[in-house]
Write a protein that binds this ligand. Structure first.
Ligand SMILES: [Zn+2]
Ligand SMILES: [Zn+2]
Length: 358
């Protein structure tokens, strides 16, 4: 590749200071692949870094390439890479763990304390023309899947992981609080894994409409004057019973409280959203019902499941995509994701200069 080849990259310098600049095209090591980046979705965490310079405990302290929900095309492979070749289209799992700690060795590599994770400070993300990644965290896309669907395997894996943690089984009855992208992928995964009835809540009716389209059996539009008790009553009324699996996908205290309190005896409340460091929970209610409260963090070993779910037609992620931008339009894309103007669900950025809107 020519030394002056274009590697335009979206680099976050600080709060609301996102710049497009040229970076050298990286060289893959023996176990890596060089990727032509194709589609990169904007995540809530990217917006947090852009607007506030931080997300939870992670703070942007030096310039960082943004982006982690991505797909790419293999350009070059390191000499040890056997399962990929130039031209292969891949979904990129953004977290590469150490592979040698006890969590990595026992398969819970999402809990590895020494993980490289795209666009989590100080690690660079992949909203750029070219990017190198460890080949074993690149998953070849089947013929019948698009690069856009490939980028959506990252959020979908969060939903799949949440449902695995909940132990979703055929016949489960579920409550999901929050119909943003993560609430919606959790809905998709829960239905595909056998949940028979799902009720989902949100403050925006637009999001609930999409949830309906994606298979939600019931929706509840949360109004200001509704108390937690009112909402739980409505949940039980609609489902005809208490949900045996609940998922909070907001990180908001009142929603987490509703999930914990609403869950049926012997059920499970999974907390997916991350918000305040400390929150009050109606614990005695949960204890008296032997409700399991489980946290989730990212995903582990879920990309293959996500890809097979979409490949087989069990899950359709396409309705999540609402907006498309080019890499040059990155600032506009972040503005849309941040202001929520035009009711975006998933905003996608196309990093390949040859991309044409269809
Ligand atoms: Zn994300
Ligand atoms: Zn590890």
């Amino acid at each position: 590749m020519a030394p002056n080849a274009d590697n335009l990259s979206a680099v976050l310098y600080g709060i609301k200071d996102l710049r497009l600049e040229q970076r050298p095209i990286p060289v893959p090591s023996d176990n890596q692949v060089l990727l032509q980046m194709e589609v990169v979705g904007i995540c809530g965490s990217d917006v947090h870094y852009y607007i506030g310079g931080r997300c939870g405990p992670f703070i942007v302290e030096k310039p960082m390439v943004i982006g982690h929900e991505a797909s790419g095309t293999v350009v070059k492979t390191g000499k040890n890479v056997k399962h990929l070749k130039p031209g292969d289209r891949v979904a990129i799992e953004p977290g590469v763990p150490c592979r040698s700690c006890q969590y990595c060795k026992t398969g819970s590599y999402n809990l590895c304390p020494d993980v490289f994770f795209c666009a989590t400070p100080p690690d660079d993300g992949n909203l750029s023309r070219y990017y190198v990644h460890d080949a074993d965290f690149c998953f070849k896309l089947p013929e019948n899947m698009s690069l856009e669907e490939g980028a959506l395997m990252e959020p979908l894996s969060v939903g799949v992981h949440a449902c695995k943690r909940a132990g979703i089984e055929f016949g489960d009855v579920c409550l999901i609080t929050g119909a943003g992208p993560i609430g919606l992928v959790t809905l998709l995964a829960a239905k595909a894994m056998g949940a028979v009835k799902v009720v989902i809540t949100d403050v925006l009716s637009k999001k609930l409409e999409v949830a309906k389209e994606l298979g939600a059996d019931y929706t509840i539009k949360i109004e200001r004057n509704m108390s937690e008790e009112d909402i739980i009553k409505k949940v039980v009324e609609l489902l005809g019973q208490e949900p045996n699996k609940s998922f909070d996908c907001t990180g908001i205290e009142s929603c987490i409280r509703i999930c914990v309190a609403a869950t049926a005896a012997k059920g499970c409340a999974v907390l997916v959203g991350m918000g305040k460091v400390e929150i009050n929970l109606p614990l005695s209610k949960a204890l008296a019902k032997e409700v399991d409260i489980r946290g989730i963090f990212r995903y582990a070993n879920d990309y293959p499941t996500s890809i097979q779910m979409v490949q087989s037609g069990k899950i359709n992620v396409k309705p999540l995509v609402t907006h498309h931008y080019t890499l040059e339009e990155t600032l506009k894309a972040f503005n849309t994701a941040h202001t929520q103007e035009g009711n975006p669900i998933k905003v996608l950025i196309h990093a390949n200069p040859n991309w044409k809107p269809s």
